[in-house]
Design a protein. Structure first.
Length: 455
């Protein structure tokens, strides 16, 4: 079984630094712990990495290697790992990272210890278990493959990385490519936004063009300006009415308060949660009484036509003298700042774009502010739940029912399929989104194949 560790000659290191304090020492146990330091951040972005230190959960690690702590002590004492020595009961595990001399690109390392492999495989099987209603989402993963040129591309992109960020990006990408090639998959549904996570959601976007399914290139259909588009429904008073016949905030909350036990993609912890997000306060209904204001109509029109980013970039250029019109990533970050920062942030010097948005769309801004009144995260989570409901419970099941032999994959607000089927997927997405949100979405087709890269 493959593990991925830095370029370390373990045999030589062990001869120089005998593991005398490790009972029943086995080199494969050592390799597995080293493997976890890069596996956890590569498999999931949901972990808190403090200053590069990766948290290792002692309770679960003990199930694989009983005297794991002796191995960790040895790795720290012999100079391979550093420890932050920071532990908070039931909140934060001790974190570990490679010391400077051992922080390199990872390479495959073959382990053969039977009991260790058996334990790792058992955990791997747990990570392929999702709630029954989402089992259809994993049906096509075994058909995925990686074009052989992907590794060459990655090595050319990071020929000899020296800084920590580049090495981390290389290692995560290298591991994800190899996991897909080896059909080593992981799945989870988070209990906050109810998003579906997999190897595809953690794969860097520039590597997606190397993916194949059934030897066919893949195509993604994305919701353009997805967060602003989904926010339109929050401006509809009926969304806050408890009517079981319509899509509303009570559907979203009930849908997410079901208790589900989920294995995290990192193999590190399992969580069961009940989480109700948001109950509309009286002041929200008062604000919604003014919802016919012209600024709301302007906002919806811009979003519906996929032009809200362009509009804000032009306004920022004219009002603030900052030109972001040719920088899609920068204007997207500005929009996220406008939507998701705390209400109190509005007075800060760097909040000029947020104040501009408030001045252009005062009613829209007020609705979003009321939603974030108690917690700035509420708006982002609410939009994630709306997205998850639409993609996972409306669009994909319909595709599955109508075309059961059509491969489909999801990356949050995107639905991925094989080349030639994108127009069908786009049509279904448009129908379901329009029916639920009440306005037609702007959808974008992105071709992932190497031959059509840039189309």
């Amino acid at each position: 079984m493959k593990q991925y560790i830095p370029r370390i000659d373990l045999d030589r290191h062990l001869k120089k630094n005998p593991p005398e304090g490790v009972a029943n020492f086995h080199i494969d146990n050592l390799a597995h712990i080293l493997n976890l330091i890069t596996e956890i951040p590569a498999r999931s972005d949901s972990h808190e990495i403090y200053n590069g230190y990766v948290p290792l959960n002692s309770t679960l690690l003990r199930k694989t290697i009983r005297n794991y702590n002796q191995y960790l002590d040895y790795l720290v004492a012999s100079g391979i790992l550093l420890c932050d020595n920071h532990y908070i009961k039931e909140e934060k595990s001790r974190g570990y990272k490679f010391s400077e001399d051992y922080f390199t690109k990872v390479e495959p390392y073959e382990i053969t210890k039977y009991t260790l492999i058996k334990s790792i495989k058992a955990k791997s099987q747990e990570n392929k278990t999702v709630p029954k209603k989402y089992e259809y989402l994993v049906d096509w993963f075994d058909d995925l493959a990686i074009d052989p040129s992907a590794i060459d591309y990655l090595n050319n992109k990071y020929p000899d990385p020296q800084d920590e960020e580049s090495i981390n990006k290389y290692n995560s990408s290298f591991r994800n490519l190899n996991w897909i090639q080896d059909n080593d998959y992981y799945f989870s549904v988070d209990t906050t936004g109810n998003r579906f996570h997999s190897n595809l959601t953690s794969l860097n976007s520039d590597l997606r063009k190397f993916l194949l399914s059934q030897n066919q290139p893949l195509v993604a259909v994305d919701i353009k300006n997805s967060q602003p588009y989904l926010s339109i429904i929050l401006l509809n008073p009926s969304f806050y009415q408890n009517n079981t016949d319509t899509f509303n905030i009570y559907n979203i909350n009930t849908y997410n308060t079901i208790s589900i036990t989920i294995s995290n993609p990192s193999n590190i912890y399992t969580t069961t949660t009940n989480h109700s997000l948001f109950s509309p306060p009286p002041m929200l209904y008062k604000t919604l009484e003014e919802i016919d204001n012209q600024d709301v109509k302007n906002y919806i029109e811009l979003v519906e036509n996929g032009l809200i980013y362009e509009y804000l970039a032009n306004e920022i250029k004219d009002e603030l003298g900052v030109d972001l019109r040719d920088n899609r990533k920068a204007i997207k970050e500005v929009v996220f700042t406008i939507l998701y920062t705390a209400n109190q942030f509005i007075g800060q010097p760097e909040a000029a774009p947020k104040r501009l948005f408030r001045d252009r769309f005062p009613t829209v801004y007020k609705v979003f502010s009321v939603i974030k009144r108690k917690d700035k995260k509420t708006l982002a989570i609410l939009l994630q739940r709306i997205e998850a409901y639409l993609v996972l419970d409306r669009i994909c099941p319909r595709i599955k029912q109508e075309r059961p032999k059509l491969p489909i994959y999801t990356i949050h607000d995107s639905i991925v399929t094989t080349l030639g089927n994108e127009e069908y997927v786009k049509a279904i997405m448009e129908e379901e989104l329009t029916a639920t949100i009440g306005h037609k979405p702007s959808l974008k087709i992105e071709y992932w194949s190497i031959s059509q890269d840039g189309k």
